[in-house]
Ligand binder design. Structure first.
Ligand code: B1M
Length: 212
């Protein structure tokens, strides 16, 4: 049986074929999809991030690693997102304006689907007005905002401001992403902060008052 560390190495090497093969082999061996994500794939992206910060690799290598991870996530999505229940709550999610990172956001979307929510994914580089329009159109219970860059944190603040000014009383705002902290979430007036995909489910459920 392959080890999770082999998968981490394949992602970090940007080896799309090996990443997909090892993901499938780990699944076949009975390893939980969430474990594959958290202990196999995500650490590979962390290695990439460290190497980029140290100028050992550049944007093209980050892109290649991201493609490998996305290939693996495509294999895992049906398992992570299959709730088997009729959704009662709609959530809107997107990466804020100026930011093109979507792997973490996609993961949260999959987990929210898996938790039984209807997910409207607005993609990346989403302006505040688009979040507002989608929240109104779909009568969203939650709007989820992702930001991976310190430079796009102000865009997150702007979305919260626009949603608040529009007076959406029912809609809760959940924020997350590598540079986001609970303190920042409180400061900009978000209702919830989640550090990762697992806690994003817990936070959304709590805000919707789902206890069972
Ligand atoms: Co970019 N990038 N990148 N990048 N990139 C980072 C974020 C960086 C930390 C790398 C580094 O320097 N170490 C750095 C940001 C520094 C900073 O602002 N402090 C950085 C930079 C600088 C840049 C560019 C500016 C580089 C350049 O052009 N010079 C550029 C910006 C482009 C833009 O957005 N305008 C850029 C571009 C790219 C690529 C396009 C090449 C590619 C993205 C491909 C894609 O997403 N389709 C990329 C990548 C791959 C990364 C790293 C290596 C990996 C990101 C990732 O996918 N991680 C990243 C370094 C790192 O994160 N260690 C880096 C895996 C993913 C599962 O984790 O997204 O953190 P993450 O999501 C987590 C949590 O954050 C949380 O849960 C997720 C699951 O656990 N979470 C939420 C995320 N959203 C949430 C929402 C929630 C709740 C939780 O509620 C709604």
């Amino acid at each position: 049986m392959p080890q999770l560390a082999d998968l981490t190495a394949a992602v970090a090497a940007g080896n799309r074929k090996d990443t997909a093969r090892l993901t499938q082999e780990l699944l076949d061996a009975g390893v939980e999809p969430q474990v594959i994500v958290e202990k196999g794939l995500v650490p590979g992206m962390s290695i990439i991030g460290e190497k980029f910060a140290a100028n050992e690799i550049f944007v093209p290598e980050m892109l290649i690693a991201a493609r490998s991870m996305k290939g693996a996530l495509a294999l895992l999505e049906p398992l992570l997102a299959d709730a088997g229940v009729k959704p009662e709550h709609t959530v809107v999610i997107g990466t804020v304006q100026g930011d093109l990172h979507d792997i973490g956001k996609n993961l949260i979307a999959m987990m929210w689907k898996g938790a039984g929510f209807e997910v409207i994914d607005l993609g990346t580089n989403v302006p505040a007005e688009k979040f507002l329009a989608a929240a109104q159109e779909h009568n969203a219970s939650v709007v989820g905002l992702s930001s991976l860059l310190t430079t796009t944190m102000p865009a997150m603040r702007e979305v919260v401001k626009v949603l608040r000014e529009a007076g959406l009383t029912k809609t809760k705002i959940v924020v997350g992403g590598a540079p986001i902290t609970p303190t920042f979430a409180t400061e900009i007036g978000a209702d919830g902060y989640a550090a990762d995909a697992g806690s994003a489910v817990a936070v959304a459920r709590e805000l919707m008052g789902i206890t069972a």
